[in-house]
Design a protein around this ligand. Structure first.
Ligand code: CLF
Ligand code: SF4
Length: 516
């Protein structure tokens, strides 16, 4: 009840100008297929404040379309945590941003700054430096802020980003603002302390351990306060929520409303990854993760309210590269300390200008395909899976894909709705027949899979499973290829060659990701 009162008071409170600009932006998903520019294009949407667009356009997490082109890196400088989540095992990274079962290499702030410069030299499209673990960055404030200070001085073009459980956030908002940290993620899994007590066994706050409902109440109030303080200062806030079936799955709609009313820009609902071998309370007590369709249904339900992020890869605390790829093994401390730094701001700007040209080319291709789609297939929506290694193109072989991107295609166009991690089909040049069933389970709700190339054997097995393999669009832009496939699908339905049938559900891979 206390929480509800707090909610109502906050909902009535006036929003700052920047918070209102965010609040009033109706969401990327709603504009996706209309043909007008959205968060998914390289031009500012008509309904978004230009200042907000400047902050998100090259951020791979805040803009879905940017994540095909721009990379982020994390530095693991924050080992300690001030709370306990039932989906976390402290042997590993913070599962608020990382999948359980992943261990990152711990760095000092000086090592972290050197690593950032090394990565910025080698990967000119790396635009964002995030601190997201392995514990909570604000439970390690000196290490976190020292790292940001060093990077702001040495590489001012890199955006700074922070992810926190929010408990200590109100104490550090002014420091975050002073350091020009434009993006802060808060993991908020509940606004009802009774539900919170099922997720958080304890928190450590003001030199005291709190447990049960009391702990969840404090955490909730600190999270809401921190979110409001950030949005009042014009700092973009993303909220991560872990969807825990049977615990907070229905409740996350309330969370969505509460964070939207406080000016959060983006909501990222992530699946619980839960298996006994992770050693977490949820894993050991049989709390399962959601299926792909359960996750999508919840994200769809919240999408009318605000921008939903669906491309999160729950990446490790030392992740490097495009979302979905992991180049952290190329930048170990040993390699970074030995490497010659060649940070060149002008070269980075030139590279990024070329990336923007490609983005605009991609947008033009999508618009052209969309135009040819007008009025077709009004009530048919299908999912297609895509094998890609970046640049928004169908450019990966079926057997080399570690994940497939999922697009929902309808008369409104193609919309990114998620991704599915899979085990590699092709190892050492040979197809692993054992992995095919797991790939099919991950793509079971898809009508087709668009790939750059695919062998005869997996083609036959996919067809038997009702998933059409398509390699005729190799190296084309994804949106345009997906729309083109949709048109051929509708043609065949209209001619009576095939029958459009609803598809089943699909599985989200529960194993911890291991970098290749
Ligand atoms: Fe890192 Fe997080 Fe910043 Fe992105 S990740 S701190 S906002 S730069 Fe992104 Fe990775 Fe998902 Fe995080 S895909 S886990 S949402
Ligand atoms: Fe683990 Fe992160 Fe939760 Fe801390 S906040 S207990 S590190 S998941």
């Amino acid at each position: 009840m206390e929480s509800k009162d707090l909610d109502e008071r906050r909902a009535r409170a006036p929003l700052s100008v920047s918070a209102r600009a965010i609040f009033e932006h109706k969401g990327c998903g709603s504009a996706g297929g209309s043909g007008k520019a959205s968060c998914g294009s390289s031009m500012a949407p008509a309904d978004m404040a230009p200042g907000v667009w400047e902050k998100i356009k090259n951020h791979p997490c805040y803009s879905e379309e940017a994540h095909h082109h721009y990379a982020r890196m994390h530095v693991a400088v924050s080992p300690a945590c001030n709370i306990q989540c039932n989906y976390c095992n402290r042997k590993y990274d913070c599962a608020n941003e990382s999948r359980p079962g992943v261990v990152s290499e711990r760095l000092t702030p000086e090592q972290a700054a050197r690593k950032t410069l090394a990565v910025a030299s080698a990967i000119p499209q790396m635009t964002v430096l995030g601190i997201a673990g392995p514990g909570d960055p604000l439970a390690n404030p000196e290490k976190t802020f020292k790292t940001f200070e060093l990077i702001a001085r040495e590489a001012p073009d890199i955006k700074l980003c922070l992810s926190t459980n929010g408990l200590a956030l109100p104490d550090y908002v002014d420091r975050i603002k002073d350091l020009n940290v434009d993006h802060v993620t808060i993991t908020i899994n509940m606004v009802d302390p009774d539900i919170g007590a099922r997720i958080y066994p304890w928190i450590y706050y003001q030199h005291k351990r709190h447990t049960g409902r009391d702990a969840a109440q404090i955490l909730h109030e600190r999270q809401m306060q921190g979110l409001e303080m950030l949005t009042e200062r014009g700092i973009l806030c993303k909220v991560n929520s872990v969807m825990i079936p049977g615990v907070n799955d229905r409740h996350l709609v309330e969370v969505n409303k509460a964070v939207k009313s406080r000016g959060a820009f983006l909501h990222n609902i992530m699946p619980l990854i839960s298996a006994p071998e992770h050693g977490t309370v949820f894993g050991l007590t049989g709390v399962r993760g959601p299926t792909a369709q359960e996750l999508k249904a919840l994200q769809d339900r919240c999408e009318g309210q605000m921008n939903m992020m669906r491309h999160c890869r729950q990446c490790r605390a030392d992740a490097v590269g495009l979302l979905g790829e992991d180049r952290s093994s190329e930048f170990t401390t040993e390699k970074v300390m030995e490497s010659e730094l060649a940070y060149d701001g002008a070269a980075r700007r030139a590279y990024q200008a070329a990336v923007e040209d490609k983005r605009n080319e991609k947008l033009a291709a999508k618009e052209a395909e969309l135009e040819s789609l007008r009025g077709r297939g009004a009530d048919i929506a299908i999912l297609v899976a895509v094998a890609t290694k970046g640049e928004g193109r169908v450019n990966e072989h079926f057997g080399h894909a570690k994940e497939f991107q999922i697009y929902e295609v309808s008369a409104l166009g193609a919309k990114f709705v998620g991704h599915r991690r899979v085990d590699l089909y092709c190892e050492g040049g040979y197809g692993e027949e054992d992995t095919l069933p797991t790939i099919i389970r991950a793509l079971n709700d898809c009508t087709a899979v668009l790939v750059a190339k695919i062998g005869g054997c997996p083609q036959a097995t996919l067809k038997q499973a009702g998933i059409e393999p398509v390699d005729s669009c190799a190296h084309e832009f994804i949106d345009a290829a997906a729309i083109a496939y949709y048109k051929t699908y509708i043609d065949r339905v209209e001619k009576g060659e095939i029958t459009h049938l609803p598809k089943g559900d699909a599985a989200i891979r529960q194993g911890a990701y291991v970098a290749a």
